[in-house]
Design a protein around this ligand. Structure first.
Ligand SMILES: Cc1ncc(COP(=O)(O)O)c(C=O)c1O
Length: 415
């Protein structure tokens, strides 16, 4: 099938929720994707932060093949070999106690909100104010389901679906005074991303995070950290909150957890878990044997290949190279991020759009978020030389003006 025919056929049968690039992807290996013309793409987006080990990693393909021959799905009515081991390992690396497994990021976040409300109800006792309000952040993104949308501080995602879940109020991200003003004894949770992803790769400030931790501790409210994009090694630590020495009460993860097989998790404390009883929450698919076996292999591979170190080293190098580029090009307003969750904000949305499509023409995948922001979420296995390729291409495109730029090299490969 050609891109044209797939596009035509999709237009007749799919709900049109996506604006796709005119590329038909066929296969991937390492840090590269290959399309239907065998054109090679250096992938600096990794399926929006999912393919942290790149494509066709032998440890992952082996784990999928082996487990799929044994058992793919059981439902949560039965035990299988992997949930407890995976929960144990996630507890160890997060500093939390327990896990609940979901299918996706948004589903993990929904559960986190339910856990927060349930904890508030269970711990409300005479003499204490009822806790039910959630303080979420302006500019945040937590997913597409109703609870997640209700806590997502961006009008464009919310507006068509109003009214959303009541009880949510938005705080200006990183505005300590605004947080203090809106926080009181009726708040059951302060909910945030440690690095806002869709919101333009905006890290939380240490002062803001520590204030949120202090306020919530004082009243028994919970601190919820959405690490769906920033977690599991993306910043060079297992969790981005570990960059700040703060431990939340509930943490959500998903994207890279099972290296491309859908799996999310809510990680939490014993205190929160103790108020959740059989029947209060659940899922058919979440935490199935295939996904959990692959997630164990993902965590083992992170360790075996020392990938957190690589993320930190190559991430620092990438950020420095982007900063050098900023000095050269007035069109780059800021460079920010941590590890391999990086961004270069440009001075115009049109320019950002055009840079992304010119990069794609040149065989490099990056992404634009929050209108003007070029976002980079490469696999953890990239090297400095991959960074050089990307930075050189950006330099050339920004120098020549996006549409006049000529490709660096012929990206077609036969492999
Ligand atoms: C911070 C954050 N939370 C939640 C989600 C939703 O995850 P999913 O698309 O797996 O539902 C995303 C997805 O991009 C995200 O970046």
């Amino acid at each position: 099938m050609s891109v044209k025919s797939v596009k035509k056929s999709e237009a007749g049968v799919l709900v049109s929720t996506y604006e796709r690039y005119p590329v038909l992807m066929k296969r991937g290996r390492g840090v590269y994707l290959y399309d239907s013309d065998n054109k090679r793409y250096l992938d600096f987006l990794s399926g929006i932060g999912v393919n942290a080990l790149g494509y066709s990693h032998p440890a992952i393909t082996r784990a999928i093949a082996q487990q799929s021959r044994k058992l793919i799905h059981t439902s949560n009515l039965f035990f299988h070999d992997y949930q407890s081991e995976l929960a144990k390992q996630l507890a160890e690396i997060s500093g939390l106690d327990r896990a609940f497994f979901s299918n996706s990021g948004t589903e993990a976040w929904e559960g986190a909100l339910k856990f927060a409300r349930a904890y508030a109800q269970a711990t409300n006792f005479n003499g204490h104010e009822a806790k039910w309000r959630v303080l979420a952040m302006d500019n945040s993104f937590h997913g597409r389901t109703f609870g997640a949308l209700a806590t997502t501080g961006q009008e464009k995602y919310r507006k068509p679906f109003l009214p959303l879940m009541p009880g949510v109020e938005f705080v200006t991200f990183n505005d300590v005074a605004d947080l203090k003003k809106k926080f009181d004894g009726t708040v059951c949770a302060v909910a945030l991303e440690i690095i806002q992803g869709e919101g333009g790769v905006q890290p939380v400030t240490e002062e803001f995070l520590k204030t949120a931790r202090k306020l919530t501790k004082q009243t028994g409210a919970l601190l919820l950290a959405d690490e769906i994009q920033s977690g599991l090694g993306r910043t060079g630590k297992y969790f981005a909150y570990q960059q700040f020495g703060v431990v939340p009460d509930i943490v959500t993860v998903a994207k890279p957890l099972a290296a491309g097989i859908p799996l999310g998790a809510i990680l939490t404390t014993d205190a929160v878990a103790n108020v959740i009883h059989p029947g209060m929450h659940g899922t058919t698919f979440g935490g199935g044997p295939l996904a959990c076996a692959v997630a164990l292999e993902f965590l083992a591979t992170l360790k075996r290949e020392k990938l957190l170190k690589n993320v930190e080293q190559v991430g620092n190098y990438f950020q420095k190279e982007l900063s050098k580029l900023q000095k050269k090009h007035d069109s780059i307003v800021t460079v920010r991020g941590i590890g391999l969750m990086l961004a270069a904000e440009l001075d115009s949305a049109d320019l950002a759009k055009s840079v992304v499509s010119t990069m794609l023409e040149r065989g490099i995948i990056i992404n634009r978020t929050h209108e003007k922001v070029l976002r980079f979420l490469p696999p953890y296995i990239i090297t400095k030389s991959h960074v050089d390729t990307v930075v050189r291409a950006l330099d050339s495109i920004l120098s020549k003006g996006p549409r006049n730029a000529t490709p660096d090299s012929n990206q077609r490969r036969t492999r």
